[in-house]
Design a protein around this ligand. Structure first.
Ligand code: ADP
Length: 196
């Protein structure tokens, strides 16, 4: 199954995606983690991405696409992947669809985490004190929310128009409870086997 974990910054995409990927037995491909890794290793891509990420902007599509394409071509991606933080723009979604079409695949499922803005702000400012991510500042967050609405939210419309299954999940509450909600939604719509 090719699934996307979708949601605004601070919605818990990364946390939920890593748990759900383990439960589904498929790799978790996280664009933000991969970019932070490039920054940590001071690669040319990391060098270009860091100031953009710190300002809350989006790294250019072609750079992110190249990075994701190489991980989709890994042999273990064949049985499915859970993508997190990609696609983040409609052009990225169109490129992903074309890459998958070449592999006779498509996006089967979008898991959309819904969290109100006030809660996002509280979470990110709290994360700033614990994880020290250089983009977790009040200004960085405000910009990421603007970019999310303008560039990323239309990705959901893209998949909705394509008839892709979209599960809207309440992303507020206990981490375990949210994972349960996601798994239950996947069972309900037949994306994974088993009963609750
Ligand atoms: P969050 O969802 O909390 O903003 P991520 O770890 O998913 O955190 O992303 C952090 C930053 O990495 C983004 O603000 C953006 O600058 C960059 N980034 C991540 N994924 C993409 C992408 N698909 N396209 C462009 N930039 C991206």
């Amino acid at each position: 199954m090719i699934a996307l974990m979708f949601g605004p910054p601070g919605s818990g995409k990364g946390t939920q995606a890593s748990r759900v990927a383990v439960l589904l037995g498929i790799p978790h491909i996280a664009a933000g983690d991969m970019l932070r890794d490039e920054v940590a290793h001071d690669t040319a891509l990391g060098h270009e991405a860091k100031p953009i990420m710190d300002a809350g902007g989006l790294v250019p599509d072609d750079l992110v696409v190249r990075m994701i394409e190489s991980s989709l071509n890994q042999p273990d991606a064949g049985k499915g992947v859970l993508l997190d933080g990609f696609p983040r723009t409609v052009p990225q979604a169109i490129t992903l669809d074309a890459m998958l079409a070449r592999l006779n695949e498509k996006v089967d499922e979008v898991i959309s985490l819904e969290v109100p803005d006030d809660e996002l702000k509280t979470r990110i400012l709290k994360r700033a004190t614990t994880e020290g991510r250089s983009d977790d500042t009040a200004e960085g967050l405000a910009q990421r929310l603007v970019v999310y609405r303008q560039e990323t939210a239309p990705v959901l419309e893209h998949y909705s128009a394509a008839g892709t299954r979209i599960d809207a999940i309440n992303g507020v509450g206990d981490i375990d409870a949210i994972t349960d909600r996601i798994m239950e939604a996947l069972r309900q719509n037949g994306a994974v086997a088993g009963t609750a």
